[in-house]
Design a protein around this ligand. Structure first.
Ligand code: NAG
Ligand code: NAG
Ligand code: NAG
Ligand code: NAG
Length: 542
């Protein structure tokens, strides 16, 4: 078994050996043929062999210049690393391989170099064109071989300047520049300045062979000729719409700030925009407007101003009563009216009344009513007038007072007989209107509320109804009382029937009413036959 395996291994070895001897000794350089490398990059040349167990390598340049790289041998291949590739590497490189009995083989490769690493750099000076000459510089950094370089300067599509470096014999990378000066026209501002660099080396294959850069011709100027235009004009009617536009010449576009001079000399800051719109102009919008224009690049500021006048008929802005629209009699009252207009209004404050007598009256914005009376209450009007028209406003003064002139009337006004009807009516004035109620004095001396109405009707009058009645007029400012007394004035003598009473009344001031009810009984003996005299009867009272 073992023996058998040994024999098999031997057979394999024999076959391998045969294959190795069959393989021919070859070599190659990678990359093959011509190499185009950009200066500054890394280039690795590999010299690879096949068919040689342990080759030895040798790298050379033609003319035996220095290699300009590092050699590393790795058994069957060798590398030459140029990091970075520079002009000294512009050679034919020859790799020679020695393989013991198989002799030597060699191959060469040509390394060609170029450098075109970045886009052109454009410099325009001065950076802010202000009417003078502008110099455009276009730089092509680290270019090689510069004798092929072509530069074109353009303003938009128009060629300003062209330069070829045909005779250039520089042996290394160089920064090439082209300079062109011109006086730009106003319309040139903002146009593109383009620099086109071409490196059309016919025998070298690389990309790109053309590089382009552009820059805008920038003119920083201003602000200048700043003006405000007012639409529809500087003088307009109240309620119109006003549009102020601030125009200026400036590049870059400026910052615009609107301000307004106020009456108190202070300044109000408005919007930051070149248009200031006021949809409904008011009198308070009159004044001096300032547009401040700031160019942050030129560091210059310019201002323009416009004086706006808003005219129109008066507008009443306030009509009020001090201390309040509802006051009590005796208070000092002032009525105030303010109105706005241009030209200033003439203000009249007066009693609103249909009569010709407009007193009180004030040709001013304040009407004083000292120690006001109930009669001063009512409507007042403020009239503000100028040449454009007038406006009116009304206000009502409400003067309150406590109940007054409280009176009781009794119907019928003469004496009545028992069983008849008596109506007692109580009236009183006051603001607010007093609430009236009736009370009757009880036997205990206390008053009892009996009726909550102005009119107290007693039907079928009886002796129990006799007594003292009190009417109370009440509002939140006070109360007033009046009393009336029903008493027997006489008894009729009529033997056949019940004896009816003749009842009379007397008005009494409530405060003056004595606590004890006064009932006056007429002597039964007094003989009144069928008729009686009230005058006589009243005489009996005291
Ligand atoms: C050398 O050539 C052989 C055969 O063509 C290949 O397999 C090997 O990768 C090459 N070595 C290098 C470093 O290029
Ligand atoms: C702008 O102008 C002001 C006064 O003229 C000066 O103090 C300031 O330094 C200037 N700023 C710049 C950025 O030039
Ligand atoms: C009203 O004004 C008069 C005079 O100025 C003053 O004497 C009086 O006290 C005032 N009355 C009230 C209720 O303020
Ligand atoms: C008060 O009297 C009036 C008329 O005399 C009457 O219409 C009204 O209903 C009375 N009110 C009460 C609460 O009795």
């Amino acid at each position: 078994m073992l023996k058998q395996m040994g024999r098999t291994s031997q057979a394999v070895l024999v076959i391998l050996y045969v294959l190795r001897t069959v393989k021919a000794f070859e070599m190659e350089i990678i990359p093959a043929n011509k190499i185009v490398a950009q200066i500054g990059e890394t280039l690795v040349l590999t010299c690879n062999t096949t068919g040689c167990a342990s080759p030895s390598f040798s790298w050379r340049t033609q003319m035996d210049n220095p290699l300009g790289g590092t050699v590393n041998n790795h058994g069957t291949y060798s590398t030459l690393t140029m990091n970075p590739v520079s002009v000294v590497n512009s050679h034919d490189y020859l790799c020679t391989v020695f393989c013991d009995k198989k002799g030597k083989k060699e191959k060469s490769v040509k390394v060609e170099l170029y450098s075109f690493p970045s886009d052109p750099i454009i410099e325009i000076s001065p950076s802010s064109v202000a009417g003078g000459t502008v110099t455009v510089i276009c730089k092509i950094p680290d270019v090689y071989p510069s004798e092929h370089l072509e530069l074109i300067l353009k303003k938009e599509e128009h060629v300003l300047h062209e330069k070829h470096f045909y005779g250039d014999d520089s042996t290394n990378t160089e920064t090439k520049t082209v300079t062109y000066s011109f006086i730009p026209m106003a319309e040139d501002i903002g146009k593109e300045i383009t620099c086109v660099a071409k490196l059309p080396v016919p025998y070298m294959d690389f990309k790109p062979k053309e590089r382009v850069s552009s820059q805008k011709l920038n003119a920083n100027f201003g602000p200048q000729n700043t003006i405000i235009t007012a639409s529809p004009g500087n003088s307009l009617m109240e309620g119109d719409s006003l549009k102020l536009t601030c125009a200026t010449e400036s590049n870059p576009p400026p910052q615009i700030v609107w301000r307004k001079h106020l009456a108190d000399e202070s300044i109000q800051h408005l919007i930051k925009n070149n248009v200031l719109s006021i949809p409904h102009a008011r009198f308070s919008d009159s004044g001096l407007y300032i547009c401040e224009v700031i160019n942050l690049v030129t560091n210059r500021t310019e201002t323009a101003t416009v004086d706006i006048v808003i005219q129109g008929a008066p507008v009443i802005t306030e009509l009020s009563i001090e201390p309040s629209t509802t006051v009590q009699e005796g208070e000092n009252v002032s009525i105030q009216c303010s109105a706005e207009s241009n030209p200033p209004p003439k203000i009249i404050l007066r009693r609103k009344s249909d009569s010709a007598d407009m007193e009180p009256f004030s040709a001013g914005s304040i009407l004083l009513l000292p120690s006001v009376m109930f009669l001063n209450g009512g409507g007042y009007e403020c009239v503000a007038e100028n040449k454009f028209g007038n406006s009116k406003s009304e206000i009502t003064l409400n003067v309150e007072y406590g109940p007054k002139n409280t009176m009781i009337s009794v119907i019928p006004a003469t004496a009545v007989k028992e069983g008849e009807t008596v109506v007692m009516k109580c009236t009183s004035s006051g603001n607010p209107s007093p609430v009236i109620s009736w009370k009757k004095k009880k036997a205990t001396g206390e008053f009892e509320k009996i009726f909550k109405n102005a009119t107290l009707t007693i039907q079928n009058l009886k002796s129990q109804d006799l007594g003292l009645y009190e009417c109370e007029a009440y509002n939140q400012l006070g109360k007033e009382e009046k009393a009336v007394k029903l008493f027997v004035q006489a008894r009729l003598e009529n033997p056949d029937q019940m004896l009816p009473l003749i009842i009379a009344f007397s008005s009494v001031a409530a405060v003056a009413v004595p606590v004890v009810a006064i009932l006056i009984y007429v002597s039964r003996k007094a003989k009144i036959n069928g008729s009686y005299s009230l005058v006589k009867a009243l005489r009996l009272k005291v």
